[in-house]
Design a protein around this ligand. Structure first.
Ligand code: AMP
Length: 195
């Protein structure tokens, strides 16, 4: 089963993808995590992505499509994967469609986590505070200022994907304002063939 989780920064994609991956034995593919690892490792891709990510912009389609294309070829993806943070542009969505066809894979569901914009800043700030309290390193882009750019990038580039997948009859929407457990149940209902 191959799934896309869609939603703005702070919608809960990472949290839900992680839990869903564990529940269903799927692999979570977060392009944000992969890019942050590349930045830490100082690879060529990391060097190209670093400043864009810190500014809250989008890394080039060419880079992220390349990363995903390589990653879904790995044996662990054979049992299914959850795309968390990809695709983020119409170009990425079209490229993903072609990639899946060429690799003989299907897209089983596109799930939108719908949340009120007004809670997003608070959620991102909470994530940063919790990471700090746990002794972790806060993401360079998890602050109110950069979040504005990330939200703009979301509405300009990513939100059209909701219409795109709706038109392809693949879109399902869950209430992302519900509790983490409730959102997980809504996702399970969809994947088990419910509404
Ligand atoms: P995320 O962890 O999904 O919030 O992603 C963090 C940052 O990584 C984003 O703000 C972008 O700069 C970059 N990024 C992650 N995924 C993509 C993507 N599919 N296309 C372009 N940039 C991305």
């Amino acid at each position: 089963m191959n799934i896309i989780l869609l939603g703005p920064p702070g919608a809960g994609k990472g949290t839900q993808a992680d839990a869903l991956a564990k529940r269903r034995g799927l692999v979570q593919l977060s392009t944000g995590d992969m890019l942050r690892a590349a930045v830490r490792a100082g690879t060529d891709i990391g060097k190209r992505a670093d400043a864009v990510m810190k500014a809250g912009g989008l890394v080039s389609d060419e880079i992220v499509i390349g990363i995903i294309s390589e990653r879904i070829d790995k044996p662990d993806c054979a049992s299914g994967f959850i795309l968390d943070g990809f695709p983020r542009t119409l170009k990425q969505a079209a490229a993903l469609g072609l990639l899946l066809v060429s690799k003989g894979k299907t897209l089983d569901a596109v799930i939108e986590l719908k949340v009120d914009d007004t809670v997003l800043v608070g959620r991102v700030e909470k994530r940063a505070a919790e990471t700090l309290a746990a002794g972790g390193t806060v993401r360079a882009d998890d602050n109110a200022e950069t979040l504005k750019s990330r939200l703009l990038a979301y509405y300009r580039e990513t939100s059209p994907l909701i219409g795109y997948y709706f038109a392809l009859d693949q879109l399902k929407t869950v209430d992302g304002m519900a509790s983490i457990g409730d959102v997980a149940s809504q996702i399970d209902t969809i994947l088990d063939g419910g509404s």
